[in-house]
Ligand binder design. Structure first.
Ligand SMILES: [Zn+2]
Length: 289
């Protein structure tokens, strides 16, 4: 692992004509080549599109086409243009968990306003013990993976006694802030399910730029169930991790982005958005098995 740390700001994203974020079409690259990571890729790098505070403040227009995004990594979490559900990148394929819970493969016509991806190259692995909550899982990982000032990509393949997942519904402009939109999120609880947690653990110092701590999305073995993870009970599994010492940040040059006060402290709203089951608590949303 390396500890070089690069922020390339103010990059004009080549797939976005004039850098105007208006749901840009991805460059015409075949899906087969999209899954082959370029040889020049920095394998120890987290590539991030936009910053979390911009998303919090309603910057939901796509900034990078999905095909281009997949050339930066085969593993990661984010969302789609128009905040159209949860985005999961696993083994080089991008999946969308729509607001109605349906999981579909993301086509090359879609783009992302916020994502963090890496080329997952395992630095180590260990068994995942049975844990009764997401809080307990994260406490265990905090002890086992002490690299608290690096990004860590974490892949947990496991059987789950239960999983609580959410997704959000597609938005149209003028966009409302994420804290408002999240009030109408869908929340589901599933039991006895196998699948993969796709996680990016960001250092505490990214406050305002990414989600400090763990950001988990889940995809079931059959790719039919997924979402942003709110809670889980793990029966047994395996943790694989990749410590990342490089950080590439892609920023829009749009008028909208530059008119947004991303320096504000939105940490309390973010915590609520990332971990809340909704205003009505556990009873919110529908329950599925
Ligand atoms: Zn998420």
């Amino acid at each position: 692992m390396r500890f070089h740390f690069g922020i390339l700001g103010s990059l004009c994203l080549v797939s976005v004509p004039g850098c105007v974020p208006a749901t840009p079409a991805a460059p015409p690259v075949s899906s087969a080549s999209a899954r082959t990571l370029p040889a020049s890729l920095d394998r120890d790098q987290i590539m991030q599109v936009s910053v979390i505070n911009a998303l919090m403040l309603g910057q939901y227009d796509g900034q990078m086409g999905i095909t281009e995004m997949l050339q930066y990594g085969n593993f990661g979490v984010g969302t789609l243009d128009h905040l159209d559900g949860e985005l999961i990148v696993l083994d080089g394929t991008a999946y969308q968990v729509r607001g109605d819970g349906k999981v579909v493969e993301v086509g090359p016509d879609r783009s992302t306003p916020f994502v963090a991806v890496t080329s997952f190259e395992e630095d180590g692995a260990f068994p995942c013990p049975p844990v009764g909550s997401l809080t307990a899982l994260e406490a265990y990982l905090n002890e086992t993976l002490p690299q608290k000032n690096n990004f860590v990509a974490i892949r947990v393949e496991a059987r789950f006694n239960s999983l609580t997942l959410r997704s959000v519904h597609r938005q149209d402009p003028p966009y409302k802030p994420l804290a408002e939109v999240a009030k109408s999120q869908s929340v589901w609880t599933h039991e006895n399910l196998g699948g993969t947690l796709v996680g990016i653990r960001s250092p505490a110092w990214v406050d305002g730029l990414n989600v400090p701590g763990y950001h988990w999305h889940f995809l079931s073995e059959d790719h039919k169930i997924g979402g942003h993870l709110l809670d889980c009970r793990v029966r047994d599994g395996q943790v694989r991790y990749d410590v990342c010492g490089d950080w590439l940040l892609k920023l829009s040059e749009s008028k909208e982005f530059n008119a947004t006060d991303i320096g504000r402290d939105l940490s309390r709203d973010l915590k609520r958005v990332e971990s809340s089951r909704g205003e009505e608590g556990e009873g919110n949303g529908e329950a599925k098995k």
